[in-house]
Design a protein around this ligand. Sequence first.
Ligand code: C2E
Ligand code: CA
Ligand code: CA
Ligand code: CA
Length: 275
Amino acid sequence: AKSAGRGTHCLFEPQMDETARERTVLERELREALTFGRFEVHYQPLVDLDRNRIKGVEALVRWRHPERGLISPAVFIPLAEETGLIVPLGEWVLNQACRDAATLADDISVAVNVSAIQLRNRTFAQTVLMALAASGLKATRLELEITESVLLDDTEANLETLHTLRRLGVRISMDDFGTGYSSISYLRRFPFDKIKIDRSFVRDSAGRSDAGAIIRAIVGLGTSLGITTLVEGVETEDQLATVRAEGAQEIQGYLFSPPRPLSEINEMLFLAKAR
Ligand code: C2E
Ligand code: CA
Ligand code: CA
Ligand code: CA
């Protein structure tokens, strides 16, 4: 950078400082938010297509910022992972989600996203057990969603933790399936209970003659391995029709409902029952 000449150097550096400063501010605010309880968990329904009913909900964290309003996890989860703050944050989400789910009907499960950094922690299985015990939620009502990056590193220890949890009755889903390099090989390494097909596949299938070909292939793979398949990001009736035609068991997406606060999920469940 120095050889690029004085002018470039001077123009470039203040901007870098700015980015670094913003990052530092965000990190400090993230710590404060944890201390002062400024996170919220919203829930998005996971819908069983056969019976057209809500089977479970996915817990999705939001940050209630005093000036900037509700901040998306896409903004702060990466920083939380870089700084290690994902460990206390993830533990908070897990506990909140278990407590909330325990107030819902017995046949509604809750899915919680788990970052690779959390799973790498040797005490993770213990953390999950404590969240279940404290909330009174049955292990079979908890699903943990992991992406394949979890299996990329530290494989043996991570697999062992996952096996321990699964023996206790917790179910394990592979999230964002199809976006990584070797998703399929991971299906042989670990007995997942559910595959969540990334929403890029349903989005790209709309209006194309080969609509659903990839979804069909993944559903076929899941069926032969005894794994439930869910399609993420279903936004339109057309997409729903494709997903149905290809035989996936579950969907999640704005067509049915965006993520909502627990009280609104409760209302939806109540109305569905009264129908
Ligand atoms: P994800 O686990 O793949 O979660 C699904 C994301 O897709 C959510 O975004 C959800 O709001 C969005 N979504 C659902 N249906 C639709 C749809 O029909 N169309 C579109 N365009 N989007 C849809 P959200 O809540 O912003 O979360 C983004 C990501 O942040 C999550 O992706 C997950 O990777 C991460 N995340 C959220 N909460 C947590 C958490 O508690 N822990 C960890 N480690 N990661 C989290
Ligand atoms: Ca997820
Ligand atoms: Ca996903
Ligand atoms: Ca994702």
